[in-house]
Design a protein around this ligand. Structure first.
Ligand SMILES: Cc1cc2nc3c(=O)[nH]c(=O)nc-3n(C[C@H](O)[C@H](O)[C@H](O)COP(=O)(O)OP(=O)(O)OC[C@H]3O[C@@H](n4cnc5c(N)ncnc54)[C@H](O)[C@@H]3O)c2cc1C
Length: 317
């Protein structure tokens, strides 16, 4: 079976969960090979092998971290030319999409972004028009490069050979035009990142004030979830803008999405409607979010949410 390259999303050699999801997906499409680029890349080899990577292409060239994404696209394009894989899977985050697009231009192949599934025939499913329509697309020219959203596949361990192959990269002047001048480590609490969390609890205008997010956070913590917010809540300054879910915020696709005091405007839905299970808590039984919800709770969130958190606590023992 032809190789399917998976671009590894990692920090200093520690792969993020989406990498394991993509390797699991790649196993259904061909022989998975991981591509690990940048500082600490070789440290990822054993970890990606545990999810089926037969080969691990490693490149730790300094340029990969010293400059913005262009050198990564150059190495990926070089590998596509050398290996002639059946497809390339890339995490559908901001950096992944830019690397994928640049690599597609360099290789002359087609690209599909924001897929939530890929069949063995390389037909990708994508939600479009703010998630209101699902389309099936297939790349018609060259090696397909497909960016896949986090949480589209459940990661399943399966040992692969994990044979490491060092890649020697050559960069052109155009690959090194945008230099990284500083890096600031994002201050994070103990919660998972919104983009790849398996469970997301979001609050909206219904929480009433910044303090209202307290019960949303407590519910999230009882489930090990990330916290999201509607734009009404972030615009009001109740929660940080980077936690906004929706058309002009982040797109999430968790196993479970709990919308607390959110009406379900089309722009909010655009960022969460591919979630596997949606629970809505709203005091208005006519709120549009209920059209989308798998489970709806009609009631005052200040009564319902603490009860829900308490019940979860009891069941966890
Ligand atoms: C170009 C554009 C882009 C946009 N992008 C985004 C985006 O990315 N993300 C986004 O979210 N929005 C976005 N919006 C805004 C969007 O249209 C809505 O205005 C917004 O999503 C509404 O947020 P909300 O549901 O929190 O507030 P509301 O629509 O005001 O809904 C609040 C809900 O809380 C319920 N509620 C109130 N009190 C309680 C209570 N005590 N208990 C239970 N329920 C209660 C109410 O019944 C109501 O349904 C965008 C708009 C535009 C024009």
């Amino acid at each position: 079976m032809a190789e399917v390259l998976v671009l590894v999303d990692h920090v200093d050699g520690a792969p993020k969960k989406v990498t394991y999801e993509l390797l699991t997906l790649a196993r259904s499409l061909g022989t998975p090979s991981a591509v690990v680029l940048g500082k600490g890349a070789s440290a990822a080899a054993e970890k990606v092998a545990a999810y089926g990577a037969e080969k691990v292409y490693v490149c730790e060239a300094e340029e990969l971290d010293a400059f913005l994404v262009a050198p990564k696209a150059a190495v990926l394009a070089q590998l596509i030319a050398d290996v002639a894989p059946a497809a390339v899977l890339v995490p559908s985050n901001a950096e992944g999409k830019e690397v994928a697009a640049r690599a597609a231009v360099k290789t002359g192949g087609g690209i599909i972004t924001d897929a939530v599934g890929v069949t063995p025939e390389f037909i990708a499913e994508q939600p479009i028009f703010g998630g209101s329509v699902a389309v099936q697309s297939k790349v018609a020219t060259g090696v397909p490069i497909i960016t896949v959203r986090a949480n589209s596949t459940a990661p399943v361990e399966q040992a692969g050979a994990g044979t490491v192959q060092e890649v020697t990269a050559t960069f052109s002047a155009s690959d090194t035009m945008a230099k990284v001048v500083d890096r600031v480590v994002e201050q994070k609490g103990g919660r998972p990142a919104l983009g790849d969390a398996a469970v997301v609890v979001s609050g909206g205008r219904g929480v009433g004030a910044a303090e209202g997010f307290g019960i949303v956070e407590t519910l999230a913590d009882s489930l090990g979830a990330a916290v999201g917010a509607s734009r009404a809540a972030t615009d009001a300054g109740w929660y940080p803008h980077q936690n906004q879910v929706g058309q002009t915020g982040q797109t999430v696709s968790p196993q479970l999405y709990i919308a607390v005091g959110i009406s379900g405007a089309i722009q909010h839905r655009a960022g969460m409607q591919t979630s596997k299970t949606i629970v809505a808590i709203n005091k208005d039984a006519e709120a549009p979010i209920f059209e989308l919800a798998d489970y709806g709770l009609v009631g005052d969130l200040f009564t319902v949410v603490p009860q829900l958190t308490e019940e979860i606590g009891k069941r966890k023992g």
